[in-house]
Design a protein around this ligand. Structure first.
Ligand code: PMP
Length: 324
């Protein structure tokens, strides 16, 4: 769908996949005025195709648009854009267990203008790619790496927006995580460097012995994960207390060593729920790399995927049918 300042959104269309033609002066190439979303289409046992809470992605795209001075796309237009793609290409939604079609809506500033101001021409696109099961051979707990030098987002910055720049700046710390044998990087808050923010591409939860779950509050520097929000609901449904608050690295270390924290997991659309066995830092480690996945971690993972794949009733009205 195209947008320009005179006509607003216009010319919605589905076209064959292919390269985008961009002018070398296109604003997105210089000032990173770009936002995106990530969600999945799931094939149910009867062949029908659903997606999970797409209005949440649409609302997040609107918030990202506001922060990046891009035009807001209506929630209905967002959902319709995905339905149109499925109408054209629904055969690409795989049906093997735990597979899906990953959907990537994105918006770019596409005005040929080198001055620094918000662009008056914008494009919104949706592309898709079949995704295999994230874990093959069973869910494996991972180690994560603490970035001591870099943070993901600063106060008043773009941390709560899903924009390319955030990911560009996390590539170097992410590479550091890989070098240290870890799957993902953990960022602390940028002001005090004390509080847990999130991973490079996932939110994080801590499970206490008494059944309480703690997850970092949405302070403006972390991404408002849709999986995070759904897990808070599912945990509450199970009778757990969920605390959204600032949570320090020191607390994590202390309560883990005291045996109070019994499970840690990360969550996001791609992997759903990933157990975290260990945090590695240059100075110390928390947890044991060989620790098995936690019981509640796996139960919540199972429940959420069962809802997504239609194996459990959709009691919260989270699913939207895409192929009808
Ligand atoms: N934090 C970051 C930085 C992410 O990139 C993602 C993935 N979109 C998440 C958290 C999890 O968000 P969601 O559950 O909506 O996928």
């Amino acid at each position: 769908i195209d947008w320009d300042i005179e006509t607003g959104w216009h010319d919605a269309r589905v076209t064959p996949y292919g390269p985008l033609m961009l002018d070398p002066a296109a604003s997105v190439l210089h000032y990173a005025q770009e936002i995106f979303e990530g969600l999945k289409a799931y094939r149910h046992a009867d062949g029908s195709i659903y997606t999970f809470r797409p209005e949440k992605n649409a609302e997040r795209l609107q918030r990202s648009a506001r922060r990046l001075a891009l035009p807001e796309l209506g929630v209905d237009d967002f959902v319709e854009s995905i339905k149109q793609l499925i109408a054209a290409d629904g055969q690409w939604v795989p049906d093997a267990p735990e597979t899906s079609l990953y959907l990537r809506p994105f918006m770019i500033a596409n005005e040929s203008f080198l001055g620094v101001r918000s662009a008056q021409k914008v494009g919104y696109y949706v592309i898709a790619s079949p995704a295999g099961a994230y874990f093959t051979g069973g869910v494996k707990p991972v180690s994560i790496w603490l970035s001591t030098e870099y943070s993901r987002a600063g106060k008043g910055g773009t941390g709560a927006a899903k924009c390319g720049g955030n990911y560009a700046s996390s590539l170097l710390p992410q590479a550091e995580a890989y070098e240290n044998g870890c799957a993902q990087v953990l960022f602390l808050d940028s002001e005090e460097g004390k509080y847990v923010d999130e991973l490079g591409g996932m939110n994080v939860f801590f499970v206490y012995k008494d059944g309480t779950l703690v997850t970092p509050a949405l302070t403006g520097s972390i991404l408002e994960g849709i999986t995070r929000d759904s897990i808070i609901q599912l945990a509450k449904d199970r009778g757990h207390t969920v605390e959204e608050r600032r949570f320090s690295l020191e607390e994590w270390k202390r309560d883990s060593e005291a045996g109070e924290i019994v499970e840690v997991f990360a969550c996001g659309t791609a992997a759903v729920v990933t157990p975290i066995a260990q945090l590695k830092t240059p100075d110390f480690t928390i947890g044991d790399a060989e620790a098995p996945a936690g019981e509640l971690t796996m139960a919540i993972r199972q429940e959420l995927t069962d809802i997504q794949y239609g194996r459990l009733p959709d009691r919260h009205g989270w699913l939207t049918r895409l192929d009808a």
